[in-house]
Design a protein around this ligand. Structure first.
Ligand SMILES: [Zn+2]
Length: 108
């Protein structure tokens, strides 16, 4: 069993599916990863970036923000935290609903 991630707000996240994905920054080719706690003071704990290739979105990179990474490293140890964060990002990328991302029409 993998260790649970903990947000600095105190919320334990047992599974990647608990995070919320926000598709508001489509123009920036970015999806926000939000803490499942609606009252979280961080709210945004990471991001997923994609690029548009041949009119289709394609995964580029994903990362958690430093406060979230540092907090988890202090809770479970750096190596365990890095491994679990990576694993979680992988699961989050698999959960992306690419149909939510329609490429912006090129302006002519
Ligand atoms: Zn939180």
């Amino acid at each position: 069993m993998s260790p649970a991630l903990i947000c600095p707000c105190g919320r334990r996240i047992e599974d990647a599916s608990e995070f919320k994905l926000l598709y508001l920054k489509k123009e920036l080719n970015e999806i926000d990863i939000l803490c499942p706690n609606d009252n979280c003071y961080l709210r945004e704990v990471g991001y997923i970036k994609f690029e548009i290739v041949d009119g289709k979105p394609r995964f580029k990179e994903a990362s958690f923000y430093p406060p979230f990474v540092t907090w988890n490293a202090s809770q479970m140890g750096r190596d365990a935290a890095i491994a679990e964060l990576k694993n979680t990002l992988k699961k989050l990328v698999e959960r992306i609903d690419w149909t939510m991302i329609k490429p912006v029409e090129a302006k002519t």
